[in-house]
Design a binder for this molecule. Structure first.
Ligand SMILES: O=C(O)CCC(=O)C(=O)O
Ligand SMILES: [Fe+2]
Length: 347
């Protein structure tokens, strides 16, 4: 397959700074050593009520000054809230309902659903044991795999249709609009740095953990996304947390009805020569009995073979395919994602 070489033009870089490569279709897990170092990291991490709120920038997708606001938010903190995004509330509600219906099936039935996973959809057993989440993974570029022709199969087909025909097109539209506003890149870069065909969708359910249990599970361990950008639609339970620099530690992201949360991924950080940030985040599963958290997440990626490079020369040119394969190899070897550090030229 041909490898294309791309570089953001200096003019566009001046006001954009795309960064962060999403490694694979998997999230990338940070080295365990980092988890130990961060305040509140590791098992038994602080629940939401114990943490200060991260005051996220709120961006209006249709605002005339979207680019300026976006650039500021992407430089710091690399996460923002999005309003006026055009995703109908009833679509979100329907998708939450369909997801819940599937994930409430008996384990024997749901484990046969296409894309069902328990724990982290990564390769390491250690990671699998750590996370307290289940979900459904959909690769939007692929046609729907056949589900069993029974009740569960029919429910899955209804879910898959809403994901593919309704929800993902909204996500792809939003990702494109944000990316183009941010990048200002030429037409070829526009299509290669953010591929149009699909992206990855995951619906998650974080069951309540038992706060008295000897082993405390995280929900989802600290990580950066490998994506260009990720769009999260969370319910009102809370649990998403972002790691801030220095001694600030973890901050909670308060759920706000009707808004989306966007975080940049590793591919965007690389595209921007480190000007934009792929924020470290995690999810703490709820601890009140009977409470569960649900979220709908969309991950936008570059074309697999487009070579990502930036005039700053922070990183050697690399493709998303290389990044993904490196992430998979690192997870297999060590149980954790190393990520962009593998491709960095200057410390
Ligand atoms: O469930 C969430 O809100 C976040 C999930 C997440 O960070 C991920 O899938 O990479
Ligand atoms: Fe993530």
């Amino acid at each position: 397959m041909s490898r294309k070489n791309f570089m953001l033009s200096p003019a566009s870089c001046a006001h954009t700074d795309l960064s962060s490569q999403l490694g694979c279709h998997l999230r990338i897990h940070l080295r365990r050593s980092m988890e130990q170092q961060v305040p509140g990291g590791g098992a038994g991490a602080a629940g939401d009520c114990e943490l200060e709120e991260l005051q996220l920038p709120t961006l209006d997708l249709e605002h005339d000054e979207l680019t300026e606001q976006l650039v500021a938010a992407c430089r710091d903190p690399g996460v923002f809230r999005l309003v006026n995004h055009g995703v109908p509330c009833d679509l979100t509600a329907r998708l939450f309902r369909l997801t819940r219906g599937l994930l409430e099936l008996e384990p024997a039935s749901k484990s046969n659903l296409p894309g069902y996973f328990w724990g982290t959809p990564a390769l390491s057993l250690r990671v699998k044991e750590l996370n307290w989440v289940e979900g459904l993974h959909v690769d939007a570029a692929l046609t729907s795999p056949a589900a069993e022709g029974d009740e569960a199969g029919d429910a899955y087909s209804a879910f898959r249709k809403v994901v593919t025909d309704e929800y993902v097109p909204h996500m792809a539209r939003i990702a494109r609009k944000l990316f183009d506003a941010l990048a200002g890149v030429d037409a070829e870069q526009r299509t290669s740095y953010l591929e149009e065909r699909g992206g990855t969708f995951r619906a998650y359910r974080y069951p309540a953990r038992d706060p008295a249990a000897a082993v405390q599970y995280m929900g989802m361990e600290p990580h950066t996304d490998s994506s260009v950008l990720s769009i999260l639609n969370q319910d009102l339970v809370g649990g998403l947390q972002v790691l801030r620099d220095g001694s600030a530690g973890w901050r909670r992201v308060r759920p706000v009805e009707g808004t989306l949360v966007v975080n940049l991924g590793d591919m965007m950080q690389a595209m921007s020569g480190d000007a934009y940030r792929s924020a470290v985040h995690r999810v703490v599963a709820p601890s009140s009995p009977g409470t569960e958290r649900m979220s709908l997440c969309y991950f936008a990626f570059p074309e697999e073979d487009a070579v990502i490079c930036h005039p700053s020369g922070c990183y050697r040119g690399f493709s998303y395919r290389e990044f993904r394969e490196q992430v998979q190899a690192d997870i297999k070897a060590t149980g954790a994602k190393v990520g962009l550090a593998r491709f960095r030229l200057h410390p």
